[in-house]
Design a protein around this ligand. Sequence first.
Ligand SMILES: Nc1ncnc2c1ncn2[C@@H]1O[C@H](COP(=O)(O)OP(=O)(O)OP(=O)(O)O)[C@@H](O)[C@H]1O
Ligand SMILES: [Mg+2]
Length: 354
Amino acid sequence: MHIESLWVNRVRALREVEIEPTVGLNALVGPNASGKTSLLEAIWLLTRVRSFITPRIQEVIQHGAERLEISARISTREAREVRVGLEKGVNHTRIRYNGANLKTASDLSSRFPVNVLTPESHQILSGTPKNRRRWLDWGTFHMEPAFIPVWQEYCLAMRQRNNLLRRGGGPAEFSVWEETMQVKAERINPWRQAFLQALDENLPPVCEKIGLSEPVRLRLVPGWDGEQPLSLALEQRRQADQELGYTLQGPHRADVAFLAEGGRPAARYFSRGQQKLLLIALALVQCRARGEESVLLIDDLQAELDQAHLRLVLQALVSEGIQAFVSSTDHIFPDGAVFHVEQGRFCAVQGVTR
Ligand SMILES: Nc1ncnc2c1ncn2[C@@H]1O[C@H](COP(=O)(O)OP(=O)(O)OP(=O)(O)O)[C@@H](O)[C@H]1O
Ligand SMILES: [Mg+2]
């Protein structure tokens, strides 16, 4: 997909901003507090209906305003020039798709895949398993949209089992929910595996392109001893889980291992710059790993990268042919479109040829 035009109103300090990006690299260049991150946030908001910075929408809505508005003309492989709009207040959300109302945010995010890298994205490598599961499950969902309902059914069954753990129940009652968890886990696990395997296979050439010479492997940690059926593992753990009051094993406890040479965890072995390169490589592969190409957002591109790696990353962004929006305080872009940003105003200064 790519965004052909974008209009943003009352997102933080941005007021009636309109830009016509190119289908390739779009750089937002300007001083601190000029509105670069706000524009990236607006693109994310439009497709995910939430911010990548805060869960509290009142922080994103311009001070003194009641709602924010974002609209765009987007082309995908399936449909050209789709008009998408989002209006969001503290208590209401209105999503428009070619003039009709859409009910759920996942309707939009499955149609318009967007990946984002912010300084917080390092949490995927060095944060908790929960950070990695969120990343894993969004990626899996985009490869296999059926993931979400199956995952919800799994969680429902797990909550029922947790209720039994706390209030007590007979073996037959436990078995019902444990069997359901097992059936759902048998679908969840292979989908997650397939997503990681696709990334793992496509990662090496992209890493090489952007100058990450160390090999990296991705491995799924399923959340229980994957060699045995989950229902058996759960049955064996009933008493121990009863003492804990919750279900300790299962795909809800899965994790992803990012392994550098010799099986060392990348989060502890790689430098910050290498970690950022790995995150960029993963995002680039993910953008292509789907039926529909994603738009890539990178906030503060130059942070942690030296000149040589920055050049390689820029070359890769241009040659991959995906639409990317990147922010930077300096004009470091020999190619692509550049928008100069000053006090919430965006002005095309390079490469906008439409
Ligand atoms: N709800 C809000 N209403 C109005 N202004 C806001 C709101 N939230 C944040 N701001 C302001 O918006 C401005 C733009 O912030 P933004 O994060 O987009 O800047 P930036 O260009 O990314 O800066 P940096 O280079 O420092 O990352 C900041 O001055 C910030 O204080
Ligand atoms: Mg910023």
